[in-house]
Write a protein that binds this ligand. Structure first.
Ligand SMILES: [Zn+2]
Length: 316
């Protein structure tokens, strides 16, 4: 017997998911490979053979992941930097061959909020072109490398005709982000839904945390899933194939998929499908999302401007 939803008011506006599903589930993959490492270590990357091999493990992990999802007949979303798509066309072929979505993740995994608007635009377009060239399809979705979404990113996405983003962390269900050039669906994530803090140890990338055991890591993802299922939420998780495609970790992901399937009433979908479904609900008036105008701030808040601080100190 199915449990009744006990806390339906925890999320103020739970989404009426299709076919009576209690939550929507999207495993999403950031196929960074060595793009970021090349970008950040232009002159020294080539001499760092071990770390390159660790990052290029994507070549082993991506086909393994695609096979796993084929066994369960699940289609998922892969965010692929443009350079990665050009450098490893066999990965793109494998992902597209599995029927999955490929979405935008920068060109060399450059951080948008560390660039000028012109530079951001340049790399953004270059990445779109690379994906169009390698997949034959223009991407509709975006995730900022490093979650480095800038003050200008929402505007750029709207101008470039993107329909959704999945970099922000402002809700538990889809919401609208508005910019001066238009609006997009935001499919939010959260650091606790990313495999990086659970597993990554690599001194060359300045991450030296103690990796969690797969069971322990998956407790976090499973708890978030159970809550999404109870409350009508959206479960978007971020996996790096070279991190989570390792044997024991991927085996534990498979157990999680089986747990979800056994629990039932789950809508497994790509982010493109979730975004299109949500858009339809909004357009026909059957569901109202929260929304946020971006950027939240254009600069320093008035209370912290240097003139305000000087005045404040003088009047004390
Ligand atoms: Zn990434």
């Amino acid at each position: 017997m199915q449990q009744e939803r006990t806390n339906s008011n925890v999320i103020e506006n739970p989404v009426p998911w299709p076919n009576g599903a209690r939550c929507a589930v999207a495993f999403t993959f950031d196929v960074d490979s060595d793009s970021e490492f090349q970008h950040m270590n232009r002159d020294t990357a080539a001499n760092n053979v071990s770390t390159l091999s660790w990052l290029r493990y994507d070549r082993v992990a991506v086909p393994r992941i695609v096979k796993l999802y084929e066994r369960y007949n699940l289609k998922q979303t892969f965010f692929v930097p443009g350079w990665t798509a050009e450098k490893y066309p066999e990965l793109v072929e494998c992902i597209v061959g599995g029927g999955h979505e490929i979405a935008h993740h920068g060109y060399l995994h450059e951080r948008p909020n560390a660039m000028t608007p012109d530079e951001e635009e340049y790399w953004f377009r270059r990445a779109t072109d690379a994906l169009v060239k390698t997949t034959g399809v223009r991407p509709r979705g975006y995730r900022s490398p490093f979650y480095g979404f800038s003050k200008h990113t929402a505007d750029l996405l709207a101008q470039e005709g993107f329909t959704y983003d999945s970099s922000l962390m402002g809700d538990d269900v889809p919401y609208l982000i508005r910019s001066k050039s238009g609006e997009l669906i935001e499919l939010p994530v959260d650091w606790s839904m990313d495999d990086w803090p659970q597993y990554v140890i690599n001194p060359d990338l300045d991450f030296t945390m103690q990796p969690q055991s797969p069971d322990r890591a998956m407790e976090v993802f499973q708890a978030q899933f159970d809550a999404a299922w109870n409350y009508g939420g959206l479960w978007v998780t971020v996996w790096h194939p070279f991190v989570s495609g390792r044997l024991a970790r991927l085996a534990r992901v498979e157990k999680l998929i089986e747990y979800m399937m056994q629990k039932g009433q789950v809508w497994f979908a790509t982010l493109d499908e979730i975004s299109a479904y949500t858009r339809k609900l909004i357009d026909d008036g059957s569901w109202t999302p929260n929304s946020e105008q971006l950027p939240q701030y254009t600069g320093v808040i008035p209370e912290l401007r240097s003139d305000a601080l000087t005045e404040g100190r003088q009047s004390q």
